[in-house]
Design a protein around this ligand. Structure first.
Ligand SMILES: [Zn+2]
Length: 245
């Protein structure tokens, strides 16, 4: 599909949703967790332990070592052209929602207001014992000091609301509801290998357009593919959209 065709489609579609994955944040400086240069490979985190809820309850220091490095990276990076373009589309009422598998919060940082974070994020946290809620800012001093953040009420271990293996994804019902009414679903920077997000395109009654290198078959007939650099695609779209009617 040509970019001018995509621009026209976005303008003409009644309801547009986007599903995003790690591929949209790599150019911001967040390594794809599972890629060759991903955090797991370069920093020697063991993904089986880092995001395993049973392991966390036994020894949260494994996760917090990762969290310290990850939050350090996050504090230094900015959203990409793609994050900004998606936020702009929302402001122009051309995009209803972003459903993301990312936990980096870059969509919100770029200005997107309606974001469903299937794998949660770091902004909020809860005590594993009593459920008391916390914000990341309250946890940061402990995390950066290499300590485990503990609950002020019960001294239980606090866990950021990132979805671990063994936990349910968040907002899946809402994500399904959006995809089911989408006349256009943009699948951006995700290889659709992680379930249940990978099944979302199959629920879309409209057109599915996969953007990025290495996109795979969605299993949906009629899916369009744009195998190009994601940031280049969205930068070009920003120029094209005002011109199409
Ligand atoms: Zn507590």
């Amino acid at each position: 599909m040509l970019l001018c065709e995509l621009a026209s489609l976005i303008k003409q579609s009644r309801y547009v949703a986007a599903l995003t994955g790690a591929g949209i944040s790599t150019s911001a400086g967040i390594p794809d967790f599972r890629g060759a240069n991903g955090l797991y490979a370069t920093r020697r985190y063991d993904p089986e332990r880092t995001f395993d809820i049973q392991w966390f309850d036994r020894d949260p220091s494994v996760f917090y070592a990762f969290a310290r490095d990850f939050l350090n990276i996050l504090s230094r990076i900015e959203p990409t052209d793609t994050h900004r373009a998606l936020a702009q589309l929302e402001r122009q009422h051309l995009l209803a929602t972003v459903i993301t598998q990312n936990i980096d919060g870059l969509h919100q940082k770029a200005g997107s207001e309606h974001v469903i974070e299937l794998h949660g994020g770091f902004r909020y946290a809860h005590c594993r014992e009593c459920g008391q809620g916390y914000e990341l800012e309250e946890l940061k001093p402990s995390i950066f000091a290499g300590k485990i953040p503990l609950c002020g009420s019960c001294s239980g271990v606090i866990k950021p609301d990132v979805v671990f293996y063994g936990e349910s994804v968040q907002g899946m019902d809402e994500a399904i509801a959006h995809v089911r009414q989408a006349s256009l679903l943009l699948v951006v920077g995700t290889s659709l290998t992680v379930y249940p997000a990978a099944m979302l395109p199959q629920l879309c009654p409209g057109t599915v357009v996969c953007i990025g290198y290495g996109t795979r078959e969605t299993g949906v007939s009629g899916t369009e593919y744009i195998e190009k650099d994601i940031d280049a695609v969205f930068a070009e779209l920003q120029h094209l959209l005002p011109r199409v009617s």
